[in-house]
Design a protein around this ligand. Structure first.
Ligand code: GTP
Ligand code: MG
Length: 231
């Protein structure tokens, strides 16, 4: 009997999820070349890592759906190219973004300087309510090759009003947490209300869509990262 009830409850839950309209959140990744932006996205979207990932050309577009409390969030992720020759394209990707992940490599002090200059540019030119997370990537190398103390980056993030984390795309440490913290900080109710009035905003469907998770398929999806943001 309790099995029937459980089955009925999960069917009802699946139905509720199906009826929930996803809240689209446009998110951009910025940072110096080779700090691991694409690797963080690959970990978040596909729970995968490639040892010798090729540099991004222009930008890549990926999506990931998450369930946070009773809401479904569809992250529309623009993974930009860090090479300087692509810098002028960046405003196209951070325009109208609700969130930005600014990445540095915690083994390379110069990459934190570059991250700070991206934060300045975002604070000057992006959506004034943009939620910015500063992420020190390659935490797996910290024991042998750390170049930036956690306290230094964290103090800067606090002073600049940013979320902050150290993470590793390689091991997956803290990766989902970064996106969860962002989702928690974005005024989702407000976004939902304004979209109800004006229609869905954010990025249109250019580029490649990858790693879309169907929540109705249950928790067994191969591409489903684990964590509090139940992607
Ligand atoms: P651009 O696209 O050129 O801007 O680079 P990117 O920031 O997207 O860097 P990408 O993800 O391509 O990673 C660059 C290199 O760092 C690759 O060889 C990755 O395998 C490696 N890498 C990325 N993340 C990590 C990590 O967390 N730990 C370690 N050890 N290596 C990493
Ligand atoms: Mg890249």
């Amino acid at each position: 009997m309790s099995n029937v009830n459980n089955a009925a409850q999960s069917t009802a839950a699946a139905g509720d999820a199906a009826n929930l309209k996803p809240i689209q959140v446009k998110l951009v990744l910025l940072g110096e070349a080779a700090v691991g932006k694409s690797s963080l996205v690959l970990r978040f979207v596909n729970n995968d890592f490639q040892e010798n990932k090729e540099p991004t050309i222009g930008a890549a577009f990926l999506t990931q759906r998450c369930k946070l409390d009773d809401k479904i969030i569809k992250f529309e992720i623009w993974d930009t190219a860090g090479q300087e020759r692509f810098h002028s394209l960046a405003p196209m990707y951070y325009r109208n973004a609700q969130a930005a992940v600014v990445v540095y490599d915690l083994t390379k002090p110069a990459s934190l300087d570059k991250a700070k200059s991206w934060v300045k540019e975002l604070q000057r030119q992006a959506n004034p309510n943009i939620v910015i997370a500063l992420v020190g990537n390659k935490l797996d190398l910290a024991a042998t090759a750390r170049g930036i103390p956690t306290e230094e980056a964290s103090a800067y993030a606090t002073e600049a009003g940013l979320l902050f984390a150290e993470a590793s795309a390689k091991t997956g440490d803290n990766v989902i947490d970064v996106f969860t913290d962002i989702a928690k900080k974005i005024p989702l109710e407000q976004l939902l209300a304004s979209r109800g009035r004006t229609g869905a905003a954010g990025a249109s469907g250019a580029g490649t869509t990858a790693g879309r998770v169907d929540l109705n398929a249950g928790a067994a999806g191969r591409n489903q990262p684990q964590g509090p943001c139940a992607c």
